[in-house]
Design a protein around this ligand. Sequence first.
Ligand code: ADP
Ligand code: MG
Length: 356
Amino acid sequence: MAQVKLRDIRKSYGKVEVIKGVDIDVDDGEFVVFVGPSGCGKSTLLRMIAGLEDITAGTLEIDGIRMNDLEPSKRGIAMVFQSYAIFPHMTVRENVAFGLTINKAGKAEKAEKVAEAARILQMEHLLDRRPSELSGGQRQRVAIGRAIVRDPKVFLFDEPLSNLDAALRMDMRMEIGKLHQDLGASMIYVTHDQVEAMTLADKIVVLKDGMVMQAGAPMELYHEPDNLFVAGFLGSPSMNFLEVTVDAVNADNVTVHNTALDPIDVPHKGRSFTVGQTATLGIRPQYLHPSDQASGKLHGKVILTERLGSETVIDVSLAEGAKLIAALAEDTILAPGTAAHFEFDPNQAHIFPETR
Ligand SMILES: Nc1ncnc2c1ncn2[C@@H]1O[C@H](COP(=O)(O)OP(=O)(O)O)[C@@H](O)[C@H]1O
Ligand SMILES: [Mg+2]
């Protein structure tokens, strides 16, 4: 177990800065997920922690010791890549033992550690096979096994499930969650998939353009997003965003409306607004409830009803070309073209000063 601390970490390639001053804390035994769209700098950050990329500026500490200039093998980390990076000409046993062989570990130690990793990953029966005789999920397990035998203080995973199909991804996601429970090691896991982030993380770090947009527990980010980007990134279907006009700024809330939305008071949570400005109202599809015209706050027209089994998703068009998605637990069918009215609790809505 180990603590990892990043302070004002920066990375430039030539004149282009791709990591722009990042502060992140990973506590002992914590599972931290870096999530964000492709190109936001997740791999670069992970590779700097691993020592595979130079740190342009800032400080990286593991257990209070500066790591910036320490070579990768001295940092007490092990990394698992999307591409598995296992050797085709070696058996599973040789692949898993690879790091130990390089470090000139004894035969008995190697056998013991490989057996332990194989037990944890339930691949004892695969040890004598070669990678070509394994499925994608089994290959990734070999790569994870190779990390386990090194007994690292910190595990680093870079999109380890991205090459797997959907069903296998879910299985492996659960296995990685269980691995973390069993080993109790600090883990940093990179993904662009918000579902993996929500399900695996103790702490999520949302990144965009080389900057941290917000860090916190999954449900904290889900319920209290700091900005439009985080609000729109986590949750499925995504949060609805409506452009609204600010009519009044009150002590704890702002009054907003638009042509499809009756005036409502939404908690502003300390964000600053001015009367008359355009702002963005966010409402999760799950918090919208069909109602009649009188008690409804939002008014539009049904485009489509999609039944997914677990929920029913209604596509609605609002005035001025805006769209709305409602996700209903009940099997409610609203006919296309009919008027739709929704009520919701303004305390479950979010108001942001910025527009998209
Ligand atoms: N070796 C490199 N040289 C120049 N630019 C790079 C290099 N590696 C990554 N980048 C740039 O850094 C940014 C972050 O990349 P990366 O960390 O791979 O993103 P992610 O893993 O989030 O998809 C991207 O804009 C990418 O083009
Ligand atoms: Mg990447």
